[in-house]
Ligand binder design. Sequence first.
Ligand code: UDP
Length: 334
Amino acid sequence: MAKILLTGGAGYIGSHTYLALVEAGFEVVIFDNFSNAKPDVPSRLQDISGDAVHVIQGDVLNRDELAAVFDAHQIDGVVHFAAKKAVGESVEKPLEYIHTNVGGLLNLLSAMDGAGVRRIVFSSSATVYGDTDVQPIPEDHPRTYTSPYAYTKIAGEQILEQLNDDWAVGILRYFNPVGAHQSAMIGEDPSDIPNNLVPYIAKVATGDLEQLAVFGDDYDTPDGTGVRDYIHVEDLANGHVLSIKSLLETGSSHTVNLGTGEGSSVLDVVRAYGEACDQDLNYKIAPRRDGDVAVLTARPTKAKEELGFEATRSLADMCRSSWAWVSGQRRNSK
Ligand code: UDP
């Protein structure tokens, strides 16, 4: 049974990927500094999976902590999530983002190299495509950055592309991950006012926030609101399983989009979420948000051809699972 190290494995996408890997028969070690994960995530993962969860509290910025993991465990491959991910914050704190996202990757690669572990899946993002009219976007579209966060993802990809043939690298470019695990025991749990659409709508549905601001209704899209390629986090998690399997089995690298290929507008999401929670959700049309593009959708065919990946869950599934998680959490906290 191959053993996989998940950096950032207690976070939103990491925790879902943990469950998908365990279900696929992998042994998994989580390495996380819990800077953006709740302390009870490991016990929840244990309750869901029924097995003990191996968690190491540590930081990718600490080389000794990383080296100790590879000394203690015979790791076969790494899935690297640990990174900062808020675009707006990256504009305020560019050095912090570069330090954590690029510096953390370099530390990890050095520790891996020292231990002779040369299989890595890297969390990248559709943000590496910048603002483009080419939709849906194929992987060979040129990269360009519109924020320090985006820069760190491009830099990470470029660093990985310098590695020699001893390495096999999976670069996964996520579109818009949303939804929660079918158990409704883990999901996205932002402690501040959310920046992203679905977590924000969820808080309108629970009554924590009064009204959604729809950022722009004058885009060149069917209803004028922004169109994105939302992908269920459980589909995304399966993409990571297929990616690490492919690296371990073939020893060759891949760069793929993880999306559905289908676009949904902001109002489509408001409608689908309203149906999921059986409410009319309060929203108003507001000005466009700086830096937003009209449409961002994946061309999903390369992931299908190279990894056999296909997203199977609908927008309705994404909204229902998000609501099951969010409303359950709320009931438990009362
Ligand atoms: N959006 C919105 N109101 C919000 C948050 C987001 O109208 O409070 C819109 C945003 O303009 C974009 C879409 O929802 O068209 C998805 O935004 P999100 O921040 O979730 O992801 P992004 O695609 O920007 O990474």
